[in-house]
Design a protein around this ligand. Structure first.
Ligand SMILES: NC(=O)c1ccc[n+]([C@@H]2O[C@H](COP(=O)([O-])OP(=O)(O)OC[C@H]3O[C@@H](n4cnc5c(N)ncnc54)[C@H](O)[C@@H]3O)[C@@H](O)[C@H]2O)c1
Length: 349
């Protein structure tokens, strides 16, 4: 299936299919016909995967970069841009990010800044990448001061989500992606009872459709795009504390799952939803094999402080919450209320 992302002269398609990677050469020929050289950016571990038979139809180079969150930084960006310069990549040429969100975020940012901007294609190979990171043009690297603090909006010329790449994905990474899938299912106000038996490829397609529709109305997160942060206020706080302890105990989507379970309870406390909605959220998470349980060592006071520094908070406590009018960003929520709900939430599960 091809899902269009309608952004005027920056429009492109997200291709979702078994074997979508084989559409790369046709996409490049159509979208950047002057390109002569293609650089595929990936990691050493991904380059040896059975599905790494990617052909651009151009003179092709593969540049390996270190993978994962800790490598999404200025040092790797410099390494990558230096390799692009050494390969004499011109403004007409194209780079292709093949990997999870860490690689596509880095590759997208390099494409945004190298020669003041070149074309990029993403071939996301994680569930997080396919349903979220590779779509919508947000690119970033991290600073020691925080995640994704340096970046830009730079739309790809196409995204090829190949289901075949997900066959080698470790279970933990798959679960992480399911956190974002759960978020999309809930944002669409769907019921847990309809989730059972829905094939994974359909869940990916549904999540991509939602993201594409939202990004098309709000490319730069001035409004509706912020709704995609549902579950992320607490999720990001948990990730931040875990990172400070230097413990890889929760992947992004696992933290988001806890954030979703908490957000609906906060919405209930604020009389925005009925208790039925809490049950629906819990059922969606458990059907997808996710836990909404908050590990006991995350202290309430530390979480509140971390949430106060959330990027969209502007120093208030702000959450995306469901309500009778649908989802919206609710700001100015008192830390005391958030504390009480967190304490109850911790004891409940
Ligand atoms: N730009 C955005 O809009 C956006 C949205 C969400 C997340 N992100 C970013 O995405 C990153 C997280 O991405 P992620 O969850 O994909 O993790 P990741 O990119 O760190 O990848 C996780 C691990 O999976 C491995 N891997 C990737 N594909 C594989 C495959 N097919 N088979 C086997 N192993 C594979 C990688 O080598 C890596 O070790 C974060 O940096 C986050 O900030 C960006």
């Amino acid at each position: 299936m091809n899902i269009p992302l309608d952004l005027g002269d920056r429009s492109y398609e997200v291709v979702l299919a078994e074997g979508a990677r084989h559409e790369l050469a046709a996409l490049i020929a159509k979208s950047v016909p002057k390109a002569k050289v293609a650089v595929i950016v990936t990691s050493p571990a991904l380059r040896i995967q059975p599905w790494f038979d990617i052909e651009s139809g151009l003179v092709q180079h593969v540049v390996e970069v270190p993978d994962g969150e800790s490598a999404k930084n200025f040092a790797t960006l410099e390494l990558l841009c230096t390799r692009l310069a050494n390969l004499e990549l011109s403004r007409h040429d194209v780079i292709i990010g093949v990997g999870g969100g860490a690689i596509t975020d880095l590759t997208g940012f390099a494409a945004a800044v190298y020669l003041r901007g070149i074309a990029v294609v993403h071939i996301p190979t994680t569930l997080v990448g396919q349903v979220d990171a590779a779509i919508g043009g947000k690119t970033a690297i991290n600073l020691a001061a925080g995640k994704n603090l340096v970046g830009s909006f730079h739309q790809p010329i196409g995204v090829l989500c190949d289901f075949a790449t997900l066959t080698t994905l470790p279970e933990r990474e798959r679960r992480s992606g399911l956190g974002e899938v759960a978020k999309c299912w809930l944002l669409e106000e769907r019921r847990a009872s309809d989730l059972d038996g829905t094939p994974m490829n359909d869940l990916v397609t549904l999540s991509v459709s939602l993201k594409a529709a939202i990004v098309a109305t709000d490319e730069r997160e001035g409004g509706a795009r912020a709704l995609l942060n549902y579950g992320h206020t607490l999720g990001h706080a948990i990730e931040k504390l875990a990172l400070a302890r230097d413990v890889d105990e929760l992947r992004h989507g696992e933290a988001v799952a806890i954030g979703l379970a908490f957000a609906v309870r906060l919405a209930y406390e604020l009389e925005r939803v009925s208790s039925e909605e809490i049950a629906n959220h819990d059922d969606v998470l458990s059907t997808l094999g996710l836990s909404g349980r908050l590990p006991s060592h995350f202290a309430t006071s530390a979480l509140i402080e971390a949430m106060g520094h959330d990027k969209k908070a502007h120093h208030d406590l702000a959450f995306v919450l469901p309500g009778s009018e649908g989802f919206e960003v609710v700001s100015g929520i008192s830390p005391e209320v958030v504390s009480q709900v967190l304490e109850r939430f911790r004891g409940e599960l």
